[in-house]
Design a protein around this ligand. Structure first.
Ligand code: PLP
Length: 406
């Protein structure tokens, strides 16, 4: 088999294509009705009150930090095992991105390590737990800590649309913001649903939602209730509808230094169509994860591999399948990685710990010794292909190739 099998990829149906084409035939390519429809559908899906869709997940994280009025010099704490954007959003605001170690049982940011950080290094302004690989971070525990220490919470749910977790016998969706101030999604093509590029911020807070809408649209406010000063000139002639108390429809104010973070109707039409298939995608992703787990069960018993976490009380919509090489494995991660690549199986390493990146290293000189679990994980992990259109032939080929090398 010479074709390339990627670690993740989109699944596009004829309905998806038709949905996009219908927007192209319509009057609105951007700022039209599909955007609000997509936002409403996402808010319903996650169970949050507000959703603001934006151009990508990175901007969504940036806006989330700005909506907290994060000031230069303030610290934000996130997981070192994440994509760069989880930390960069703090740096964009002039903040110091710092890290606490992961919990090896979930591979997500450890609440215990965050508490230890608060006690020994000071309370950060914001903590950004990441639902790594689709496994929910321990959000209820983070909420308790945020109340105890007073930091804000942004859930980076870029991997986790469709994932749920139980707490006190109730089930919550990732992105519901029941245990966080805001949650962020990404719709990059390797994610569970895609809009090409795209992202969204969810919140249950009306003021934060209004701020986010402004930030994503040049800082512009159009809601008369929120106008600060009305610079509309007095009406020149009697009978005019224009007055200082009721501004004309063309009036708007700029309240903050916002951005153009808008998403298009073309993208949102694709997102709406994809969202209808979320449950199917989730079932397929779980089925593949289950089949991998079964295929590797013996290797796990022999401590040759460590299977990805599937914590009790969680129902993850798996974005990744990050398997680890165990203590009794006789080959290195890189030998396995390169061997699989020769066979066209393009695995990936998710992720190089962010504190190891030259930008952060040069700026803050983080000591990797502070993060033993992240280091252990990083040195042994490889993400095997996981995408809904993976057929049985591809699956068997991956398993056989993996066993050949191991
Ligand atoms: C955990 C995490 N957060 C944020 C992002 C950023 O999302 P986007 O690629 O849509 O900017 C990604 C994307 O890979 C991610 O994996």
């Amino acid at each position: 088999m010479t074709r390339i099998i990627p670690y993740g990829k989109q699944s596009i149906s004829e309905e998806d294509i038709e949905a996009v084409c219908s927007v192209l035939r319509s009057d609105w390519l951007t700022q039209g009705p599909r955007v609000r429809e997509f936002e409403d559908a996402l808010a319903r899906q996650c169970g949050a009150r507000h959703c603001i869709a934006v151009s990508n997940g990175t901007m969504a994280l940036h806006f989330a930090c700005l909506a907290l009025d994060m000031a230069p010099g303030e610290t934000g704490l996130t997981s070192p095992i994440s994509f760069l954007a989880s930390a960069n959003c703090i740096a964009y605001c002039g903040g110091r991105a710092d890290f606490a170690d992961i919990d090896p049982k979930t591979l997500c940011l450890s609440p215990e390590k965050v508490e230890e950080y608060c006690k020994t290094q000071g309370v950060p302004r914001v903590v950004i737990p990441v639902d790594f690989a689709g496994v929910p971070a321990d959000l209820p525990q983070f909420k308790l800590l945020s109340e105890k220490y007073g930091f804000a919470l942004i859930e980076d749910a870029a991997h986790a649309i469709g994932s749920t977790y139980k707490h006190a016998d109730k089930e919550y969706a990732c992105g519901s913001c029941v245990h966080t101030d805001m949650s962020v999604l990404s719709f990059h093509p390797v994610k569970t649903i895609t809009t090409g590029e795209g992202g969204a911020i969810l919140t249950n807070d009306d003021n934060i939602a209004a701020k986010l809408r402004q930030l994503a649209n040049h800082g512009i406010e159009k809601d008369p209730i929120r106008f600060v000063t009305c610079h509309v000139p007095a009406p020149r002639y009697a009978g005019s509808l224009v007055s200082r108390n009721s501004p004309p429809p063309w009036y708007y104010e700029m309240h903050s230094l916002g951005f153009n973070g808008r998403i298009t109707d073309i993208q949102c039409a694709l997102g709406l169509s994809q969202l209808k298939r979320l449950e199917t995608f989730k079932a397929k992703r779980q089925e593949i994860a289950r089949r991998y787990n079964e295929a590797f069960a013996e290797l796990e018993r022999e401590q040759v591999v460590i299977l990805p976490p599937w914590p009790a009380g969680t129902d993850p919509c798996f974005h990744l399948y990050p398997i680890r090489l165990g203590p009794d494995c006789r080959i290195s991660r890189d030998e396995l990685f390169l061997g699989l690549r020769e066979k066209g199986i393009y695995c990936q390493v998710h992720y190089i710990p962010i504190y190891r990146q030259p930008f952060y290293r040069q700026k803050y000189n983080y000591n990797p010794g502070r993060f033993p679990e992240a280091e252990n994980y990083f040195n042994s992990c490889v993400s095997l292909p996981l995408f809904p259109d993976m057929d049985d032939e591809i699956f068997q080929y991956i398993i056989k190739s993996f066993y050949d090398f191991i």
